[in-house]
Design a protein around this ligand. Structure first.
Ligand code: SF4
Length: 452
């Protein structure tokens, strides 16, 4: 019998969206650039909402300026507010870069940011570099804001010149721990890297005696400039359109080879990443990673009896869901439901490229919310749910364990240190998945403790 790969919506409004707002993605990128400061052109509530999510996840301070729209600015335009906000930021933070993300409201009333910036430049000399990212959230997700901000910075700073032995890496929205690990992997291939963005220190720093207005760390401006001279560009994400892709932009404008690949979660995806590093560097895989791969396979052998045949629902950013789907099929789990708040066809196309069999059999729902997730799992029950903390209510209601992956994770400690990528990150995730399955089985057993 042919399975109908579709979920019928029972409601028209969005209930608890399975996405976050576009300026949030742009703000996170700016937090990963050295001495940069984000400003939201719009109402204070937007900045507060973003701060609340990011601080809850990273447990670090997260300053975002706001041009504080009022009823008046909403009607007559917020140019004056924006200029005053920029002046205040310069006085208080003295950043090297200011990144403006325009909120839904500013986009709706059609704010002309370039006009306001020209007026400011006429009034004030010695301004820091100011970039503007258009981030109307009603047209996209936090990942659209994220990719747009990265590309804006690359376009602004990259310069042409003699090729250098550096690789530009666009990892997307991963944890600081994953960022550190990606840099380590490239270093071990003797490949210096320019990781954009890099909030491995700025959003997972130490404990300071004095408050750091702009925490140290992030991609340096000189590194952003080097982007145009790199010997290759690696980008994680099969859903990223040509229009959004910084790696493709560098390849077209600066002539370097670009490698677009899935987030390296699971053996197959990680192998692709390592084989790319071998190609670019001309070096074989260092022994420590071959050993890590062997340990991961050993973990699969140990855990396969718990995972095999179990069904799973995945939700979150489309590239994360796609990479997880590939990993799930690798460990013998059945991907029943895949949900993202992304644009239609974005997740499906990425999955068709990477996991065509899963794309053909799973229920894929895009532009979806958590009501859709609940309905889909009620129709096709699963043994496990994997996604961020926002799915907790669904997990609790249906008594299905939730393994927390992605952003935001605000009801557990350590989200900034959770690893997903490479053989080591996959091993950590695999253990968490298997332990969640074992815990559920123990809890529903009459005798509790089980020895398998
Ligand atoms: S109004 Fe738009 S920009 Fe502001 S928080 Fe909501 S989605 Fe984000």
């Amino acid at each position: 019998m042919t399975k109908i790969n579709k979920v019928i919506k029972t409601h028209t409004s969005t209930r608890n969206a399975c996405k976050l707002c576009a300026p949030l993605g742009a703000s996170m990128v700016l937090k990963g650039i050295e001495q940069a400061m984000p400003i939201l052109h719009g109402s204070q509530g937007c900045a507060t909402y973003i701060r609340r999510y990011v601080i809850g996840h990273f447990r670090e301070p997260f300053d975002i300026a706001s041009s504080s729209f009022t009823e008046e600015t909403t009607v007559f335009g917020g140019g004056e507010n924006l200029m005053r906000a920029i002046e205040n930021i310069i006085t208080q933070y003295n950043p090297e870069i200011i990144g403006i993300a325009t909120t839904c409201l500013a986009e709706t009333i059609g704010e002309d940011i370039q006009l306001h910036l020209a007026a400011l430049a006429g009034k004030k000399a010695d301004l820091p570099t100011i970039v503007h990212v258009s981030t109307p959230s009603y047209k996209g997700t936090h990942m659209d804001g994220f990719f747009a901000a990265v590309k804006t910075l690359v376009r602004k700073f990259a310069v042409k010149g003699t090729r250098i032995n550096k690789v530009a890496v666009f990892p997307g929205m991963l944890s600081p721990q994953d960022y550190r690990y990606i840099k380590q992997m490239l270093f071990d291939f003797q490949l210096p890297s320019v990781v954009i963005p890099d909030f491995s220190d700025t959003l997972d720093g130490g404990s300071w005696q004095d408050y750091q207005k702009i925490p140290p760390g992030g991609t340096a401006i000189d590194d952003l400039k080097d982007c145009g001279r790199c010997c290759g560009a690696i980008e994680f994400g099969l859903s990223i359109s040509e229009d959004q892709s910084s790696a493709e932009y560098l390849s077209k404008s600066y002539g370097m080879p670009s490698y677009k690949m899935p987030i390296p979660i699971g053996i197959e995806n990680s192998d692709e990443f390592f084989s790319t590093l071998c190609t670019i560097s001309g070096h074989p895989v260092p022994d420590k990673y071959s050993m890590a791969r062997m340990r991961l396979i050993d973990a699969y052998v140990d855990g396969h009896k718990y995972a095999a045949g179990k069904s799973v629902a995945l939700y979150g950013e489309e590239d994360l869901v796609c990479a997880l789907a590939s990993f799930m099929s690798e460990i013998g789990m059945t991907v029943s439901v895949c949900i993202s708040g992304c644009k239609p066809e974005s997740l499906r196309k990425a999955m068709e490229k990477r996991v065509p069999a899963v794309a053909a059999s799973a229920r894929i729902l895009e532009d979806a919310d958590f009501e859709d997730l609940l309905n889909a799992i009620e129709e096709s029950p699963v043994d496990l749910i994997i996604g961020n903390s926002k799915g907790y209510t669904v997990s609790r209601k249906l008594s299905v364990p939730l393994v927390r992956v992605g952003f935001p994770i605000h009801d557990r400690l350590g989200a900034q240190r959770f690893s997903l990528v490479g053989y080591e990150g996959t091993t950590e995730l695999f253990d968490r998945i298997i332990n969640a399955i074992i815990e559920k089985k123990q809890e529903s057993s009459d005798i509790g403790y089980l020895t398998w």
